[in-house]
Design a protein around this ligand. Structure first.
Ligand code: AHG
Ligand code: MN
Ligand code: MN
Ligand code: MN
Length: 336
């Protein structure tokens, strides 16, 4: 069949979300409009990433961001594109970006009810060598039209109404959850549309892969060290696990959701809160992980229960297959 070789029912991300939202009588299409602006940002970043070498987008921008990191040209460009797309959607009131010290309060004439927290370009260290990078976003909704404040975004991750990421890899894939399951869409470059290719993604209950920066091992706490030791030298006769670590959270989490296993950025003696940031890295990925049937744990509690006190707070994170995270939780519980 021609229809087998070529997809003929083109379920675009816009159609998919419109269908989903039409189940809510109060929905006025605002979420779909917001998402369309996020999608536009992702398409722009995707095209910039693909021609980074040609368009002189490789290398440093010359500034240090609030995280103490040297910004790459693509960090700065992606940040600008997302801010402009989000503000011009007319559906946002407050934005938090990894690259900006302060939250952005949207001017009154352009305000809507959504708060968006985002990492415009994740995996910056992988840009210049052409390895997969991504964009991460989380969305909260304010209940009334009060003057937006930081309190609107300093909310536990379980209050998010949606979260997702876009991976700029061998193909461009957008993975989204609005709180009922997880769906993946692949950009068809000739159509310029994200098409549903991964409906209702479920993470395997148990995995054969672990993912962590083992270069930090000398500073790990007991349970992290014990878990990784068990991955390599299992006590119960099960086969040892494979190590995969890209160093782009989006790509490492994407593989984890599809293949199963664990992704960790644990605490260590030098960074007691780990490295990844709560609002725009830990929360969106934990939201997706739980919606795909996995778990996300900080070493102390369910990650989505964390209450951030500052917009750039960090937290240790263990996320992945349900059974594998149970094992990590048991090691922390045994430590007391
Ligand atoms: P970003 O590029 O947005 O600053 O995020 C980098 C993060 C994350 O993508 C990745 O998982 C982690 O840093 C890798 O850190 P290490 O190089 O310390 O392993
Ligand atoms: Mn960074
Ligand atoms: Mn990041
Ligand atoms: Mn980033």
């Amino acid at each position: 069949h021609a229809a087998d070789a070529h997809r003929t029912d083109l379920m675009t991300i816009t159609r998919f979300v419109l269908n989903e939202q039409s189940k809510y009588p109060e929905s006025r299409g605002d979420f779909t409009i917001l998402l369309n602006h996020i999608v536009l940002g992702c398409k722009f970043v995707c095209s910039s990433v693909n021609k980074a070498g040609l368009a002189k987008l490789i290398g440093l921008a010359g500034e240090i961001n609030i995280q103490g990191e040297e910004q790459k040209k693509l960090d700065v460009l992606s940040n600008e594109v997302f801010i402009k797309a989000l503000v011009s959607s007319g559906r946002t009131c407050i934005l938090v970006s990894e690259e900006d010290e302060d939250a952005i309060i949207v001017e009154p004439s352009k305000r809507g009810r959504y708060c968006v927290v985002f990492d415009p370009l994740d995996g910056s260290s992988n840009i210049d060598c052409g390895v997969s990078i991504g964009t991460i976003f989380g969305i909260y909704m304010v209940k009334d039209d009060h003057e937006p404040t930081l309190a609107d975004v300093l909310q536990p991750g379980k209050q998010m109404v949606a979260a997702g990421y876009c991976m700029y890899g061998s193909s461009c894939t957008l993975v989204l959850s609005t709180g009922k399951g997880v769906n993946g869409f692949t950009l068809d470059p000739s159509l310029g549309e994200f098409i549903l290719t991964h409906p209702d993604i479920r993470i395997p209950k148990k995995g054969k892969i672990y993912s962590v920066n083992e270069g930090n091992a000398k500073n790990w706490d007991g349970p992290t060290a014990k878990y990784v030791e068990n991955c390599k030298f299992p006590k119960d006769g099960s086969p040892s696990k494979s190590l995969r670590y890209i160093g782009s959270m989006v790509a490492d989490v994407h593989r984890t959701i599809l293949y199963g296993g664990t992704f960790m950025y644990p605490a260590d003696k030098k960074s007691p809160s780990g490295k990844v940031r709560v609002l725009y890295e830990v929360f969106p990925m934990s939201f997706l992980m739980e919606n795909a049937g996995g778990q996300a744990f900080t070493g102390k509690q369910r990650a989505l229960d964390l209450v951030p006190t500052k917009i750039h707070d960090r937290s240790p994170i263990f996320l992945g297959s349900y059974d594998d995270i149970e094992e990590i939780k048991a090691l922390y519980a045994a430590e007391g």
